[in-house]
Design a protein around this ligand. Structure first.
Ligand code: MLT
Ligand code: MN
Ligand code: ZN
Length: 298
């Protein structure tokens, strides 16, 4: 299995265009920027799937050599996209893929509904390409090309703000707005977990992480009050569907073994800096901060 980390920042990226905070200033000065959270994964190194489609997708694709088309062709190694949520920072890039001859999109039922009704990227895309939409059900593995298997696990009911008024429908409406994926490969033991949105350390997370080789997880905020302290607002990270790094670290320390990498870092998070304070504390728990462009071979 191969994983190419395409982007590691939360929505807005680093630097964020309208922000002059210490982290964004540092990124502007040093060029140590982060693009918005996105991943590419392959079971055989030939057929690739995106997990999420970030607003920065075009430059992310161009920077990943394995995602280039074969010379002289429009034969892309990209077979489809799996979504962990319907958030704009995870879905705007779907429109960037409109040149594809065809595109498979995998999403949970509520996310699929949101992307056809509230933010109608589904109907829009169908005017440009042949999009095949597949409903992902947590706990039911999806077999993908190249011997890759993806199993979603439910992470909760946090809807994108644009879908706040979409009428609820079905059981998944309470549980499946946000999902993580566990990847395994045919005939192999490699397991990778990707969960950029993690509100809480639940039994489902515990099960997904057990026996994994690498776990990419929610590093949006360093601490629960970080955003409120920076912006003077009242929003705390638990209410925003993001377990702060300080609060997930003890869980990692209890579950040694996997290589833990924090991703989806918000531009308020000091861990997004080049030499972050607190890196030693992360290392002690077997964790580090993910970097744009990192290739993981399992
Ligand atoms: C999130 O990760 O919580 C969302 O992307 C936030 C947002 O864009 O509103
Ligand atoms: Mn986000
Ligand atoms: Zn900033």
């Amino acid at each position: 299995m191969k994983i190419r980390i395409l982007g590691t920042a939360a929505g807005g990226g680093l630097p964020q265009w309208n922000c002059g905070c210490a982290e964004c200033g540092c990124a502007r000065r040093t060029g140590a920027a982060r693009s918005q959270d996105c991943l590419a994964v392959s079971g055989d190194g030939r057929a690739w799937y995106l997990v999420n489609a970030s607003p920065d997708l075009r430059s992310q694709l161009l920077a990943a050599p394995e995602l280039a088309p074969a010379p002289g062709t429009r034969d892309t190694p990209l077979r489809g996209v799996l979504l962990t949520s319907g958030e704009l920072d995870h879905t705007l890039g779907l429109l960037t893929l409109r040149e594809a001859a065809r595109l498979a999109v995998y999403a949970t039922a509520p996310v699929r509904r949101a992307l056809h009704q509230a933010f109608p990227v589904g109907p829009l895309l169908s005017r440009y390409t042949e999009a095949d939409w597949h409903t992902v059900t947590p706990g039911e593995p999806v077999e993908l090309a190249g011997g890759l298997r993806a199993e979603a696990f439910a992470l909760g009911d946090k809807r994108p703000r644009y879908a706040a008024d979409l009428p609820g429908e079905g059981e998944g409406d309470r549980t499946d707005w946000v999902a993580g994926y566990r990847f395994t490969e045919e005939g192999g033991a490699a397991r990778a977990v990707y969960a950029p949105g993690l509100a809480d350390w639940t039994p489902a997370v515990e099960r997904a992480v057990a026996g994994a080789d690498v776990v990419l997880l929610d590093g949006t905020f360093g601490t629960a009050d970080e955003l409120a302290e920076r912006t003077g607002g009242a929003r705390r990270s638990p209410g925003m569907g993001h377990l702060a790094v300080r609060d997930s670290l003890p869980h990692l320390a209890r579950r040694p073994g996997p290589r833990y990498l924090y991703t989806h870092l918000n531009n308020t998070n000091p861990l997004a800096r080049p030499d972050p304070p607190g890196a030693a504390e992360l290392a002690a728990a077997g964790a580090a901060v993910a970097e744009d462009g990192l290739l993981i071979e399992l």
